[in-house]
Ligand binder design. Structure first.
Ligand code: WTA
Length: 653
């Protein structure tokens, strides 16, 4: 047996028996089916798992590659599939959402009630002139209303773009402008960690910056009761508009390719790109992965701790669980308030059976439990759990083992799900009732996904050899284009290096020599992953150089025990290089500035000043050296090609 094979964790018998994918043979059979009849495999699922208003007759259309189309002549409505379908199937009184506020207050919404709310919101949007095909930006905290707003857009065929509530006015403005939104749905504020934070004032600032004149209506949800200014003729309280609306609304039947949403995410260059998703293909994989990856069953209580501002909150809160008729927990607050036992307390209280969170949360809760015995998961009854998931970044084996042992009681499989905003749903992940688990590995591709590892020329490398992660065939829930920039879509995801034939994920990977299991080795571009949040180094650099004192900036990532990666910025000021108190004050000023330009998540953890940056004689910044300096490593290699080797000393931490 190989060293790795000895570390494998096998699924519990009881789980295998009733699993959607019961055992490795079942998994292999699905993989084989998809290989032998790729279109037939996806078409069967699409017919079985979704309700079509008009059935599709074509499956995959590759005529305009890489702009692939799936089920293109079929018609459906995503909100109908998530809500009406459940009510029609007798699930009207089933709880769809268990909402727990930051303050611990719990409220429950049934499928019937949710449908009524969504219809009212859909009618409210229509009443202010929002039409099928319009874009609506949603800037809301974790709330029932956030999900209702997304579903309401889907119901009338408006394309939503959710902006994470932690993003700044500038970031919100950029997304409003880029998407050409006609309406904005926001709230007075949000509660996090016992504090009321404003949102509407940030939205007002964004709207006043110019460039988003297309926004004619702002609908405001009341949450914190914080003070807001309502602009006459533009702003209205959602509750008031909804109160005048009927609670039924005929769904708008749209083509399967109709853009359900845009979600902005960071790339290696330029401004964040608007990843455009479809309706039919996207929903199909949201539902299928709820079955295969999470093995969702009628009695499960599902909890995904992501925010609706990220793709995980789209697929595994707003769409997947509802389209599966599941009961899910939606949480407004943070894992550490009122104490770091909050997640465990909530799993116990709501009898959560499937729990999906991020490695960064696990690592910070490990630290908290080490420091304070009282918030250790062993103090809670977590026996309701049967499956646990991880997403957003590689999970280190030590955190995996802790999660498995202390949260899952050693009995719950962990699905380490690798995927991206662009992929729409899980790409490489264990099947909980089949795949033997190897801590730190996301194991094998989702049935039907043809992922592999190649070298720079696009040639597959043997197992055991690291390379570039690619996907060989288009899949239903994939990105359709970059909103307003089809060229960028092609160059980012179907680069000429691979003759435009392979989807480039942007991550490196290596397959285990014996099992073929995938391990993601991290981004191969200039994208950082901080606490599972994607950020482009260029974006942060642009924000820094927009400050009046800054002449030049270079940003790199450094491994961090809790957040995965930490942002380190090397800055050259226009004035003299600051030292002592002046340096401390400038660091604070610049960090706050980046927080304001992008959002608090983009604040560098470490800012260092130099009179210059290490550059080659041709003026290229030597990022490799900066990465080493950021890590505190001694620079041992030859630096004679540097124009200014003396600068390295100034930039040491
Ligand atoms: C990283 C989040 C290792 C990866 C769903 C990817 C992961 C980026 C994993 C996408 C995982 C996500 N193991 N790395 N299980 N999941 N990543 O778009 O670098 O916010 O490219 O989507 O996160 O981040 P995004």
């Amino acid at each position: 047996m190989s060293e790795n094979a000895q570390k494998l964790y096998y699924p519990p018998e009881a789980l295998v028996k009733n699993a959607a994918v019961p055992g490795m043979e079942a998994y292999q059979a699905l993989v084989k089916q998809a290989e032998e009849d790729y279109e037939g495999y996806w078409a069967n699922h699409a017919r079985k798992l979704l309700d079509w208003h008009k059935p599709f007759s074509t499956v995959l259309d590759e005529s305009d590659a890489p702009f692939f189309k799936w089920f293109a002549d079929g018609e459906l409505n995503v909100s109908y599939n998530c809500l009406d379908r459940q009510v029609n199937n007798g699930l009207g009184d089933k709880v769809a959402i268990i909402f727990e506020g930051d303050d611990g207050k719990v409220s429950k919404v049934t499928y019937k009630e949710l449908l009524g709310k969504v219809c009212k919101m859909a009618n409210a949007l229509k009443s202010v002139g929002v039409k099928c095909g319009d874009r609506v930006v949603i800037y809301l905290p974790m709330s029932v209303e956030g999900i209702v707003a997304m579903q309401a857009c889907a119901r009338i065929g408006a394309t939503h773009s959710v902006v994470f509530g932690g993003f700044s006015a500038q970031s919100l403005r950029d997304r409003l402008e880029s998407s050409g939104a006609v309406a904005l749905i926001t709230s007075d504020g949000q509660f996090r960690g016992g504090k009321a934070l404003p949102l509407k004032p940030i939205a007002d600032e964004a709207l006043s910056m110019g460039g988003c004149e297309a926004v004619k209506n702002v609908l405001v949800v009341k949450r914190t009761g914080g003070e807001v200014t309502m602009v006459a003729g533009r702003d209205q309280w959602v509750e008031e508009v909804m109160a005048q609306q009927p609670d039924t609304c005929e769904p708008e039947w749209v083509g399967a390719e109709h853009p359900l949403f845009l979600l902005y995410t960071s790339g290696s260059t330029g401004k964040p790109k608007g990843v455009q998703h479809s309706s039919g293909g996207y929903l199909l994989q949201a539902v299928l992965s709820m079955q295969y990856t999470f093995d969702i069953k009628p009695d499960d209580v599902f909890w995904c701790t992501a925010d609706i501002g990220w793709v995980t909150g789209h697929t595994y809160i707003a769409y997947g669980p509802l389209a599966s008729g599941a009961t899910q927990v939606v949480f407004e607050g943070v894992p550490t308030y009122p104490d770091a036992g909050r997640f465990w307390q909530m799993i116990q209280n709501h009898k959560v059976s499937i729990f999906y969170t991020a490695p960064t949360a696990i690592r910070s809760l490990i630290k908290a439990a080490d420091a304070n015995e009282k918030v250790h998961p062993k103090n809670y009854d977590l026996s309701s759990l049967r499956i646990m998931g991880s997403v957003g970044e590689p999970i280190n084996p030590a955190a995996w083992e802790w999660y498995h042992e202390n949260v899952g009681g050693g009995r719950c499989p962990i699905v380490d799900t690798f995927w991206q905003t662009e992929t729409g749903a899980h790409m490489i992940t264990p099947m909980p009732g089949a795949t033997p688990l190897l801590p730190g590995s996301c194991t094998l591709p989702f049935p039907g996904i043809q992922a592999t590892v190649v070298d720079e020329t696009g040639t597959e490398v043997p197992w055991g050899q690291g390379g570039i992660l690619v996907v060989k065939r288009p899949w239903p829930s994939m990105i359709r284009t970059v909103w307003g920039d089809p060229e960028r879509f092609k160059s980012s995801y179907y680069p000429a290096d691979f003759q435009g034939k392979l989807y480039l994920a942007g991550d490196g990977a290596i397959r285990d020599a014996e099992t073929g299991y995938f391990t993601i080795t991290g981004r191969i571009d200039d994208v950082l992953n901080v606490s599972g949040h994607r950020m482009g180094t260029m974006e942060i650099e642009s924000a820094l150089v927009a400050h009046e004192k800054v002449a030049e900036a270079a940003v790199v990532g450094r491994p961090d025990d809790t957040t995965g990666e930490a942002i380190v910025a090397f800055v050259v000021l226009k004035g003299p290089r600051p030292t002592g108190d002046e340096a401390v004050a400038t660091i604070k000023e610049l960090a706050a500035w980046v927080g304001k330009e992008i959002g608090p998540i983009a604040k560098p953890k470490d800012i260092r000043f130099g009179e210059n940056l290490p550059k080659t004689r041709s003026g290229k910044i030597m990022r490799r050296l900066l990465r080493q300096l950021a890590k505190g490593e001694e620079i041992t290699q030859d630096t004679s090609t540097l124009e200014n080797p003396a600068i390295l000393d100034q930039l040491k931490g």
